[in-house]
Design a protein around this ligand. Sequence first.
Ligand code: FMN
Length: 210
Amino acid sequence: MDATTTDAVYEAIMRRRDVRCEFTGEPVPDEVLRRLLEAAHAAPSVGLTQPWDFIVVNDPAIRERFRDHVAEERETFATSLPPDMAGTFARIKIEGILESSLGIVVTYDSTRGAPHVLGRHAIADAGLYSTCLAIENLWLATTAEGYGMGWVSFYREPFLRELLSIPEHIRPVAWLCVGPVSGLQDVPDLERHRWRTRRPVDDVTHWNRW
Ligand SMILES: Cc1cc2nc3c(=O)[nH]c(=O)nc-3n(C[C@H](O)[C@H](O)[C@H](O)COP(=O)(O)O)c2cc1C
């Protein structure tokens, strides 16, 4: 790779943010959506199973039903918190389901390529890891496009499965809010709201032993 490409890759990695507040709601042109999905679909996968599917959700009624469900789950989590944390959490927005331009739900199919999945015989989760790599590819591609993406995990899998007619053996892994943004924050929302701070890489790097 030439130096410009290398810089661009690192820039996308470092600029990427989880977005909830900055969506503009402007439409995503078909060719951009295509590029994003191609980028996600280019991810590595255990045994080349490509175990993901992408459900693009632009139906406002479906998105509203999901938003209502997420609001309930937010409440469930909020009531589990001690008062000081509940106060902090109350100020944090955890989704941009209606404000974003599109929802993209990424699912995991453990039966794809099974039973002889090369590389999964000892680690069943390797299929799920693969699906998350597709999600990260999508995240970086949205950043490179000047868009934003936000991962929503405040939901129960059976609810989302039923909402989107997902077959029983397929797991919904993420609802991703995607679209143009007014800008990306420099600091993660959770850090700005003093929920948690990021750790320096040296704190998580080990040599030879844990
Ligand atoms: C598996 C996963 C689930 C997440 N679920 C949510 C969520 O439901 N709501 C939310 O606001 N952010 C969610 N996030 C985003 C994280 O809060 C965010 O990545 C983290 O605070 C670091 O911020 P950054 O992504 O901007 O660097 C999720 C991220 C991951 C990887």
